[in-house]
Design a protein around this ligand. Sequence first.
Ligand SMILES: Cc1ncc(C[n+]2csc(CCOP(=O)(O)OP(=O)(O)O)c2C)c(N)n1
Ligand SMILES: [Mg+2]
Length: 366
Amino acid sequence: MTVDASRGADAPPELVQLLTPEGELVEHPDYEFDLTAEDVKSLYRDLVLVRRVDLEAVALQRQGELGIWASLLGQEAAQIGSGRALTEQDMAFPTYREHGVAWCRGVDPVKLLGLFRGVNHGGWDPAEHNFHLYTIVIGSQTLHATGYAMGIQRDGAEAATIVYFGDGATSQGDVNESFIWASVFNAPVVFFCQNNQWAISEPLEKQSRIPLYRRASGFGFPGVRVDGNDVFACLAVTKKALQAAREGQGPTLIEAFTYRMGAHTTSDDPTRYRLETELEAWKLKDPIERVKAYLFKNELADQEFFDRIEAEAAELGKSVRTRCLEMPDPDPMEMFEHVYAHPHVLLAEERAQFADYLAGFEEEVA
Ligand SMILES: Cc1ncc(C[n+]2csc(CCOP(=O)(O)OP(=O)(O)O)c2C)c(N)n1
Ligand SMILES: [Mg+2]
């Protein structure tokens, strides 16, 4: 039997867009464009720099310097737009692909690389940056974020929580459970779904018969679909949702409609399951090119500005590479640290056994 995937779907959903792929501003009744030339230039800089870090990381993996890397190529606007909407007090819970959000939170990119190089368990202090550790278990961070949001709600904090996840994650029980908890407790959490159209090799139509943002209404809170390749729209939509959360209006689901331009991770080969033409169509919607077009067309930046950013990106790429290679191998005993907040008998036993095991090597050498 063939299933008509469009059955039950209403008219095509509205996509919040403030900047077209050609770099033209679009008016929207609910979201205002209020950025200065300096704001836009600084967004452009972030977009270019994170793309460069990502490119360098892919190259490092290919040269055997990282075990694996999950590229954010194509998703820069969704991440920089939403990441820039956060205040210092807000807390973010990422998956494994949120390198752009990490950048906005002030996490040194080399710390991200440390995790993928296998020289640390996490890489940064979540409390220092209000940016939780990367989470590989699909969707589980939505529960962590909802619990955290309920905590700060009880503390009376004027802050919000944002949690990132993918289109595939929306099929997980954890995500649906977190929607229920966030809804009934009116938790100050923004669910930021980057719908990049693929969950490894599973296409979106295997996750949902309706647009993802519309799932929210079944749980009792608003959902909005934003052009995930439009950094202006992502910033505006996320700012509004975070503000609503801080003001006690509860959660929002944002579906950032975007595209994973690279492989799922460096272990994946997307040519096995998707057509080149799809990628070509999305290349025309590139998140960086449209900001560049906007700056050019409106004469807000000259060639010298773009050259300067390029040079800065090259410099950053070089520094990330050098510092990645310089990261020392960890002391093997370090893996027992930070497992539990308090001493644990079983762990102490395992630590002692492992220390003995390592000492055995020293004896052999001697
Ligand atoms: C609970 C769980 N099930 C399966 C996996 C294996 N897995 C890793 S990534 C992934 C796909 C996730 O797709 P999506 O949520 O769309 O995020 P994306 O990688 O596209 O950003 C899967 C199934 C996992 N890490 N955790
Ligand atoms: Mg996906």
